[in-house]
Ligand binder design. Structure first.
Ligand code: F6R
Length: 358
């Protein structure tokens, strides 16, 4: 289905898309190109220690996913460990030989700010990635290198900027080479396969909608190096469609969670697959599919497309972002607002004033 046809198909639902989240999701290739141009100079300009022992990428929610993406994207390539962190503090083992990348789209997320405060106390080199807020203010005051992402977006919709800013940071720190160029190429690839991705996103949305109407909530199965894509689908269904969705990792789930299919369930399953799966992945995923079929679990496979890791990973992100927004529209929900998260943040702000701890 062509983009125009798809938009026409969803036109009657589109009125609820108050912040044009669908248009944003569709523009992933252009936004990645924009991001890689915007941040490519950082590789030479960011004043960072070279060759840190590891890079810890701290953030929550929409600001966590970029770190997970980076870990997957560079799983085989990076010379040092990339550790995504979604905690209120740093592990004791992190010291001044490591690098902290603190990511908070708003710049006001308490967990991430706590990590930054601790890093300052422990003299851990830090880079801030944000669109503003207290994090930007602290970065300026404390002379922490600051990477700005465009403001006015939902944090999860800033993914194209996170997935280009973070690679620029690790390239500047000497963990990899030529990554910004590969991102630009991947953006071109996504543009070329837009049609295929759209069709995959649309069918997945319709399938998820059927499952929702039947009272089944999805478990998304994924494996390394595509965990971030599977996790992205789960969180995008949560935030865009305001529905439960769960995430499970193969091979670990084979050693515990799959037992759950022996009992009663109200779940369906989405299985992430990719071309070129090594036999130790392929056979596990085939077993899973057969198990689900045998138990009568409604399931669907979504296949990455592309020739290299970045292309495959981004093709999944692209399809999943579109699918979660179309799912929201199919059920008449505005994908943008996240009222429950907002009320939690307000509740905490009224009780904990982190600016007093600085
Ligand atoms: C995504 C979203 C949340 C936030 C998270 C952290 O759109 O709204 O997942 O990303 O609450 O906030 P930030 O990203 O501002 O640090």
């Amino acid at each position: 289905m062509r983009i125009e046809e798809l938009l026409a198909l969803y036109a009657s639902h589109a009125a609820v898309d108050s912040q044009e989240m669908l248009a944003r999701a569709l523009s992933l290739p252009a936004d990645i190109r924009d991001g890689s141009e915007r941040y490519s100079t950082l590789v030479d300009e960011l004043p960072l220690p070279r060759d840190p022992e590891s890079v810890i990428v701290a953030g929550m929610g929409g600001s966590f996913i970029g770190g997970l993406f980076l870990q997957d994207a560079l799983y085989e390539e990076s010379s040092k460990m990339i550790i995504p962190l979604r905690e209120t503090g740093l592990p004791g083992s992190v010291n001044e030989r490591h690098l902290l990348v603190a990511v908070s789209y708003s710049g006001n997320t308490e967990e991430t700010l706590r990590v930054v405060l601790e890093a300052r106390r422990r003299r851990i080199p830090t880079v801030a990635v944000t669109s503003g807020g207290l994090l930007a203010k602290l970065a300026t005051e404390w002379k922490i290198p600051l990477v700005e992402v465009p403001s006015g977006l939902k944090p999860r919709a800033a993914f194209p900027y996170m997935c280009t800013a973070l690679p620029a940071v690790v390239e500047a720190a000497g963990l990899v080479d030529g990554l910004m160029l590969k991102l630009k190429e991947a953006a071109g690839f996504l543009e070329n396969v837009k049609q295929e991705v759209l069709d995959a996103g649309n069918s997945l949305a319709r399938w998820l909608f059927e499952q929702y109407e039947a009272g089944n909530f999805p478990v998304v199965y994924s494996y390394r190096p595509f965990l971030s894509a599977g996790y992205r689908l789960k969180t995008q269904i949560n935030e865009n469609a305001k529905l439960h969705a769960f995430f499970s990792e193969i091979p670990e789930a084979n050693h515990n969670e799959i037992m759950g299919w022996e009992g009663p369930f109200r779940f369906s399953a989405v299985i992430v697959r990719a071309p070129g799966e090594p036999p130790y992945v392929y056979h596990r995923m085939e077993f899973l599919r057969e198990l689900l079929r045998g138990r009568g679990v409604k399931h669907v496979e979504v296949h990455a497309i592309g020739e290299n890791q970045l292309q495959k990973l981004l093709s999944l992100f692209y399809a999943f972002d579109i699918a979660s927004i179309l799912l929201a529209l199919l059920r008449g929900t505005d994908p943008a607002p996240t009222a429950t998260i907002d009320s939690l943040k307000k509740y905490l702000e009224e009780r904990i004033d982190i600016s007093r701890e600085i």
